[in-house]
Design a protein around this ligand. Structure first.
Ligand code: NAD
Length: 330
């Protein structure tokens, strides 16, 4: 059996796990979503694929891999994988949702603290202007506490709920959350107030954080009209996928002081160009899609991806199957 890694796995433990089952592993580095044509012939005898951004899987690639039985993303997001075409070709698609929730939740809380307490801004000013910057901060840029604030969470799955748990226990924040696909019980267990619209979250929250998958329905789910109804003191955070937000509208909302600031870990196109990053206002803290990546979690994610690939190759049902209909017809 052969598994191809489109880009190395997040940790070598995953590759070692595959090899311990006698699997042949081939690793191909890909810098764009569309895998170059010259790679395609190498897929003819591949049984499993593990795909890490920026590489993606499209119909052309699937058709070049007649033996393919399973594709795993390296993390949670699967917007880089054409699931309908995989389903048509009888290929199981899995992700590793839940495995990497904690580092993203910690990153979100870190951004909230850094924004409210102006940590990055004051660090930059101190290094630029020395101790004099302190007085400017006290006069013009005094920070705010996270404790006791209202945090609005849009998308209340693994990461949304983990973020809520840290905030509730550590900062006594009020959690309001929107996710139309969950039962009331989920909100009750998380001690969160259920909201029935994005509008309600935008109007009420001091911090708004998105934890949505990127799918057709979530494209630009947050846009200009939403920023217009947010509090001018509010902070907006996106650590899910760049295109769930209209990023131009976000930049404009911060530049015009419609909202107080933003924290983003994801961009509409990745890798983002230096020009796209350089134009960001000082009140936007940006990181290069690293929220979910830590030594501890990378190991767990890589082993989880390898385990699920082997489960499918052994005819067993994997834990995070995204197109169960493929498995049920086997
Ligand atoms: N920045 C990073 O490093 C990083 C790391 C991991 C995951 N992510 C992103 O975070 C996203 C969320 O991850 P997760 O593990 O919490 O996923 P999850 O599947 O556990 O939760 C997603 C939630 O979004 C909800 N949802 C779907 N469509 C919605 C809509 N239109 N309105 C409101 N809610 C909707 C779902 O019901 C679900 O509860 C992933 O899809 C991925 O894109 C980013």
């Amino acid at each position: 059996m052969k598994v191809m890694l489109l880009n190395p796995m997040l940790h070598k433990a995953g590759e070692e796990y595959l090899k311990s089952y006698g699997i042949e592993v081939e690793c191909v580095r890909v810098t764009k979503k569309n895998v170059p044509n010259e790679i395609l012939p190498r897929l003819h005898d591949v049984d499993g694929l593990i795909v890490r951004l920026p590489a993606g899987v499209n119909k052309k690639l699937l058709d070049a891999a007649p033996k393919l039985k399973v594709i795993s993303s390296s993390g949670t997001g699967t917007d880089h994988i054409d699931i309908p075409s995989a389903t048509k070709n009888g290929v199981v698609v899995v992700n590793n949702a839940g495995v990497g929730a904690r580092p993203v939740a910690e990153h979100v809380v870190g951004l909230m603290l850094a924004l409210g307490k102006k940590i990055v801004m004051s660090n930059n000013a101190l290094k630029r202007n020395g101790w004099d910057s302190r007085e400017t901060f006290l006069q013009e840029n005094l920070g705010n506490e996270l404790s006791g604030k209202t945090v609005g969470i849009i998308g209340f799955g693994h990461i949304g709920r983990d973020t809520a748990s840290i905030l509730k226990n550590g900062f006594n924040t009020e959690i309001i959350a929107y996710d139309p696909f969950l039962s009331d019980e989920v909100f009750q267990i998380a001690n969160a107030k259920r909201c029935y619209s994005i509008r309600e979250i935008c109007e009420k929250a001091d911090y708004i954080t998105l934890h949505l998958p990127y799918i057709k329905e979530t494209h630009h789910i947050i846009g200009k009209e939403d920023f217009e109804i947010m509090k001018p003191t509010s902070f907006f955070i996106n650590c899910s996928r760049g295109n769930v937000v209209d990023q131009n509208a976000l930049i404009e909302a911060v530049n015009s002081r419609r909202i107080a600031g933003a924290g983003i870990d994801v961009f509409p196109t990745e890798p983002a160009s230096l020009a796209e990053v350089e134009i960001l206002n000082e009140r936007i803290i940006a990181t290069p899609h690293i929220a979910g990546l830590t030594e501890e979690t990378n190991r767990k994610l890589s082993v989880s991806a390898a385990e699920q690939v082997i489960q499918v190759l052994e005819g067993k049902r994997p834990k995070n199957i995204l197109n169960g209909e493929v498995f049920s017809v086997r």
